[in-house]
Write a protein that binds this ligand. Structure first.
Ligand code: FAD
Length: 491
């Protein structure tokens, strides 16, 4: 049985940030993820916003970690070569009656140490966002957007480069033993670890129970989104939010530009029974569009190219609503295990700061000797589409695979796909390739490039056809071959 100093359960943005942080020290670290890739839970299904912390309860742990995480984000993204854009945010009041709420948000933001907040009038809103209505707005110039997939993957890759083991398809099914000698049983076998970190997101209450800790309950609260075609991406430059609904479990339906040039509409907020219920529904779709059009009338249903949903890990039941506090604690029932529960929004933003706190906790149990070989820098994937023509020509001259566009909607080259397939975590599903190289993310949603990616996997990487899946073993794309595949699709 392989022995570790620290086992981190959960390959979301929080678990991956923790694993990376711990590899700065001479510790043997394992990251255990139940899915076939990292970032398959809530971390891949959110608004991708680096929140500043103007609406989080002053003095709370959440406020401290939000503001600290937001301050670390730009530097971290630069180190990891992950997209980060400080696009700014406008919280718009659609009526005069909503304006006092803007002042309350500004006061909270000022108290939390959020810089440069300003209330602007309707004329300024029009100047900043000509397509958006509103009588006034809270301007939040330091708010930013990122790519949660690239960030989470990059954190895991840096952890691996610095010696951590990332075990995919390793769902934890039992935890026994005690501090110094835990035994963690996974679907891939058992490992031993001195300390355990429960960063299992929505399932953190279940993972805690595996270790005999029964005090937590996580309530799933779904948020549905629409993705608007990048052809309409120019309609807004900033994120545009409504005044948050009072006592509600979400921030209200907002419009968020994405790193890839789309606009997100959403999320809704609805408590659901099952933690894996990521369905998108007709009723919510109508509501999303209606509320989005109140802020941005130029949006039309024809602009929608896809929908998705993410699930909030709430510690407050629907009868209470609102937002709970982040829970990060070791409890007497199980010394040597740290539980992270209720890490809902702004958990993406707070992740780097949470990781620092967790490393301090580890330091109270084991000695933290700096890893002299730690490398924080990472070269991210080349995005051919975004390069100037001279640089593109140079790359094509170096490697003809850069001259071969496989995904036409998103302009993804064969070379970028090869880099995605050969990723250091060994994740090979179509979604793993999509989140690394954008292929199948565009208007045709894979109708054109999907079969070509499959062709590459089968003929160049010798993946058996029946092992090709959308997101892991439970989602195989092919039951078997009906004819000889030596006749490959035309490139
Ligand atoms: C609709 C919505 C919008 C949001 N918008 C934002 C935003 O704009 N900005 C922001 O800062 N935050 C936002 N958030 C919050 C943010 O997404 C989360 O706080 C963050 O992703 C939580 O990360 P995590 O690593 O704790 O959880 P997860 O990403 O859920 O990761 C937990 C991992 O644990 C794994 N796991 C579970 N059980 C086991 C097991 N038994 N064994 C092994 N692995 C297991 C899961 O497969 C999963 O990969 C939003 C959330 C939602 C739902």
């Amino acid at each position: 049985m392989e022995q570790y100093d620290v086992a981190v359960i959960g390959g979301g943005v929080v678990g991956c940030a923790i694993a990376r942080e711990l590899t700065q020290y001479r510790l043997k670290v394992a990251l255990l993820e139940k899915e076939a890739d990292v970032c398959r839970g809530t971390s891949g299904k959110n608004s991708a916003v680096v929140h500043t912390g103007f609406n989080v309860k002053t003095g709370s742990l959440k406020a401290r970690l939000n503001v600290a995480g937001a301050r670390m984000f730009e530097g971290l993204c630069a180190e990891l070569d992950v997209p980060f854009k400080r696009v700014g945010k406008l919280v718009t009041a659609l009526t005069e009656a909503e304006v006092p709420e803007l002042h309350k948000l500004k006061a909270t933001g000022d108290a939390n140490g959020v810089p440069s907040l300003e209330i602007v009038d309707g004329a300024t809103v029009k100047k900043m966002e000509p397509n958006v209505g509103g009588v006034a707005a809270l301007s939040v110039p330091t708010a930013a957007i990122t790519s949660p997939f690239h960030l989470t993957i990059a954190l895991a890759e840096v952890a691996v480069a610095n010696g951590a083991d990332v075990l995919l398809q390793a769902e934890v099914t039992a935890i026994s033993g005690k501090e110094g000698s835990f035994r963690i049983t996974t679907r891939r076998g058992a490992i031993g670890s001195k300390l355990v970190i429960n960063s299992a997101g929505l399932y953190s209450d279940h993972v805690a129970r595996l270790a005999g800790v029964r005090r937590y309950k996580v309530y799933p609260c779904r948020g549905e989104y629409f993705i608007i075609d990048s052809a309409k991406g120019g309609l807004i430059k900033h994120m545009v939010y409504p005044v948050p609904p009072k006592g509600g479990p979400g921030l209200g339906v907002h419009l968020t530009p994405t790193i890839d040039g789309n606009i997100l509409i959403g999320p809704s907020a609805e408590y659901v029974r099952r933690k894996d219920d990521v369905a998108t529904t007709r009723a919510v779709a109508r509501k999303l569009l209606k509320e989005a059009q109140e802020i941005l009338p130029a949006i039309s249903p024809r602009d929608v190219i896809a929908a998705y949903a993410g699930i909030r890990a709430k510690t407050t039941p629907s009868s209470v609503g609102g937002f709970g506090e982040f829970i990060i604690e070791e409890v007497p029932e199980c010394p040597g295990m740290l539980h992270l529960v209720g890490i809902e929004s702004p958990g993406l933003t707070a992740a780097p700061a949470i990781a620092l706190d967790v490393a301090q906790w580890v330091g109270r149990h084991l000695s933290l000797v700096p890893n002299g070989h730690f490398t924080s820098k990472r070269n991210g994937a080349v995005t051919f589409r975004d390069l100037p023509p001279e640089k593109q020509a140079e790359l094509v001259a170096q490697d003809p695979d850069y001259g071969h566009i496989v995904c036409r909607c998103e302009t993804v080259t064969r070379k970028e796909l090869k880099a995605a397939i050969e990723n250091p975590l060994g994740a090979r599903s179509l979604n793993s390739i999509k989140y690394r190289a954008r292929a199948t993310m565009g208007r045709c949603q894979g109708g054109f490039c999907g079969p070509r990616v499959v062709d590459m996997l089968v003929n160049e990487y010798h993946v058996p056809l029946t092992e090709i899946s959308l997101k892991g073993p439970s989602s195989s794309l092919f039951a078997g071959e009906v004819k000889d595949l030596t006749c490959t699709p035309q490139r």
